[in-house]
Structure formats: structure tokens, C-alpha cells
Design a protein around this ligand. Structure first.
Ligand SMILES: [Zn+2]
Length: 167
């Protein structure tokens, strides 16, 4: 009786494990393919695409005091920046060009949103000091923005595809 119970328990655990592994792999593959889409392949405008991404950020990675940042889109590739956060106007600027993959845009939107979040938290007051001390790449504000963007880009891609693009 007890052995039978153990056997059933192991079968259930095994099934749950296999199913979870399958779901994780499936999401990884889906996010990979969705991320390969190019901006002009989408059925909605660049502006509305970014609007929805900012909404996702506001609902999923904001803090209580994070106000939703405004944004501007420039329709060309900048020689130096993929996107920027402008602290004076509290605006995110995105350089979106023909042929750009949407994974890159999603990553940029989350990255700049994190800068807006940092601005709400501590006013980004040490940004320039950190740049001088550590350099741009190791500036803790940049490290955090890159880390959060890389962590959440798959979740955001899956959400935008299922809830916005596929509708
Ligand atoms: Zn940055």
C-alpha cells in the first residue's frame, strides 16, 4: 500500500516535471521566433507598439512611485544610440528603423523604462559621477538597466505577441 503510494507520487512528480520542462522550452522557442520579427512585419504602428510595451513595463516592473514615462520615436538609426532617456523632460527616445528586429526594440524599451524608474527612485543623481568613476559599461545604473531588460525581454515578447499582435 505504502509502496503503491510512493509509486503514484513519483509518477505525478515526474509528469509535472516533464510538463514544466516542456512549457519552459516551448516559451523559449516561441520568444526566440517572435523576437526575430521585423518592425515592418507588425500589423500596428511603431508608436502603438512602443505604447503597449511601456504599458507592459508599467504593469510588470514599475515600483509604487514610478510614473509612466513619455516617449518619442525617431524613425531612423542613430549612429551612437539605440535609445536614450532624457532626464530633464523625463522622456524616452527610441530610434526605430526599417528592418529592426522587435527583440531589440523590446529590450531598448525595458532598458529606458528602468532609467525612468531609477529617476523616480533617486533622481539619477549619481549617474555622471558613476560614469566618471566606473565608465559607461560598469555604471551601476546601466548595469541594472541591462540586467532587467535581458531578464524580462522574453516575457514581454510573449505578452505583446499573445495579447496585442495576435489579436
Ligand atoms: Zn542605459
Amino acid at each position: 500500500m505504502f509502496l503503491k503510494f510512493i509509486e503514484i507520487f513519483i509518477i505525478i512528480c515526474g509528469s509535472v516535471f516533464v510538463l514544466s520542462a516542456f512549457m519552459i522550452l516551448r516559451n523559449l522557442f516561441r520568444a526566440f521566433y517572435i523576437g526575430q520579427l521585423r518592425i515592418e512585419e507588425l500589423s500596428l504602428s511603431k508608436k502603438s507598439f512602443v505604447y503597449h510595451l511601456i504599458e507592459w513595463c508599467q504593469n510588470n516592473i514599475s515600483y509604487d512611485n514610478t510614473s509612466k514615462p513619455d516617449f518619442t520615436i525617431k524613425y531612423y538609426a542613430h549612429s551612437k544610440y539605440a535609445a536614450r532617456y532624457h532626464p530633464v523632460s523625463r522622456k524616452c527616445i527610441f530610434y526605430i528603423y526599417q528592418g529592426q528586429k522587435i527583440r531589440e526594440i523590446v529590450n531598448n524599451v525595458i532598458h529606458e523604462f528602468v532609467h525612468a524608474r531609477q529617476h523616480n527612485e533617486d533622481n539619477l543623481q549619481l549617474y555622471d559621477k558613476f560614469n566618471q568613476e566606473f565608465g559607461y559599461e560598469k555604471n551601476p545604473y546601466e548595469v541594472e538597466a541591462r540586467k532587467v531588460a535581458n531578464k524580462y525581454e522574453d516575457d514581454c515578447l510573449l505578452w505583446i505577441y499573445d495579447r496585442v499582435l495576435a489579436k
